[in-house]
Design a protein around this ligand. Structure first.
Ligand SMILES: [Zn+2]
Ligand SMILES: [Zn+2]
Length: 339
């Protein structure tokens, strides 16, 4: 990406092993993320361009001398954060805070929207799966590199259980998979706030019991009237813009939890006396998706969880610019890219 709206597919040098803990991957499937649309709107133009993409399944082509858990030919899920797998944060399941990988550590690895990519910290990061690269479950497996794990993180940190009512704000892939996750964690009442009908229909298939198309105050009123005036125990914000957070404050029940997984595009919000007086907890955050793969993979493999249905469009990698355009115009929910 070179500037807002300017996505090009170029011929870049092939990645090489740089550290003994690296692997080089060949992409099987990748995709465009809702968070890729933030720079698509607002990045500072960069003449050298910026490699894009952080969700992929790859085949290991080559490994560094110290890599022990994956070998050339292995098919691997690539979580969107690099992690060592052995530090205290990684062992606690918070790979996003890894002491040598994590979010703070962004070596030049190239993006996932590419034919080849270098993967640092291969042992801690890559998750080997016993499937063929041509397996038709690839779309579902790909959601484990980000969006399904992120939706799951939202529901888990929000404390969703059979006793909780839930509102999900946002009908993008993460919001819809948060609905699916809340259902899997036992919630029976799930209100989805979204206005794109094809998407909210998928939300209903995933377990939403009610859909509220209104936003702002009208949306808050609608959710409150569905819940006897109280709002829901858990509110998941899968959008990341301030109005969505304000909406979350409006529909959360006193004593409830707002779980944020949409990357916040704001630095200040309504966390003053109102939140204090109502005992509202704000939780969520960037999802350590690596920690959830063990738990979420079986449902994808046995076909009981159709997370891959969030991919409503597939394009060749060469048409990445069209993938961005379609997602930005909301013509596609999520675009899968194949080299
Ligand atoms: Zn993503
Ligand atoms: Zn670590």
């Amino acid at each position: 990406m070179y500037a807002p709206g300017d996505v090009r597919v170029i011929d870049a040098p092939d990645p090489q092993i740089e550290q003994p803990t690296d692997a080089v991957l060949r992409t099987v499937v990748a995709c465009v993320c809702g968070s890729d649309l933030h720079p698509y709107h607002s990045m500072t133009p960069a003449p050298e361009g910026r490699a894009m993409g952080h969700e992929m399944i790859g085949v290991v082509e080559e490994v560094g001398a110290e890599v022990a858990t994956v070998r050339p030919g292995d098919v691997v899920i690539v979580p969107f954060v690099w992690s060592c797998g052995v530090c205290d944060f990684c062992r606690a399941g918070l790979q996003t805070s890894c002491r040598i990988g994590g979010l703070a550590h962004a070596p030049h690895t190239g993006g996932a929207q590419a034919t080849f990519r270098r993967a640092p910290l291969a042992d801690g990061t890559l998750y080997r799966i016993d499937v063929d690269e041509h397996d038709d479950r690839m779309p579902g497996l790909l959601t484990l590199s980000d969006v399904y794990g992120t939706g799951w993180h939202a529901a888990v940190t929000g404390g969703v259980c059979p006793e909780t009512t839930v509102t999900v704000i946002g009908d993008g892939a993460v919001g819809l998979l948060a609905v699916l996750s809340a259902r899997r964690l036992g919630a029976e009442r799930i209100i989805l706030m979204g206005r794109h009908e094809a998407r909210t229909d998928l939300g209903r298939r995933y377990g939403a019991t009610d859909v509220v198309a209104e936003r702002g105050e009208a949306g808050v009123d609608a959710v409150r009237s569905l819940t006897g005036g109280d709002g829901t125990h858990v509110v998941i914000d899968a959008v990341g813009h301030l109005p969505a957070f304000e909406q979350a404050m409006g529909v959360v029940r006193d004593g409830g939890r707002i779980s944020r997984v949409g990357v916040p595009q704001y630095a200040e919000g309504p966390i003053g006396r109102d939140q204090f007086a109502r005992n509202v907890t704000v939780t969520g955050g960037v999802a350590p998706v690596r920690a959830y793969i063990d738990e979420l993979l079986p449902g994808i493999l046995d076909g009981s969880v159709d997370a891959g249905a969030v991919f409503d469009t597939e394009l060749p990698l060469d048409e990445a610019a069209e993938a961005y355009r379609r997602m930005d115009a909301r013509e596609s929910l999520k675009v899968l890219l194949r080299p």
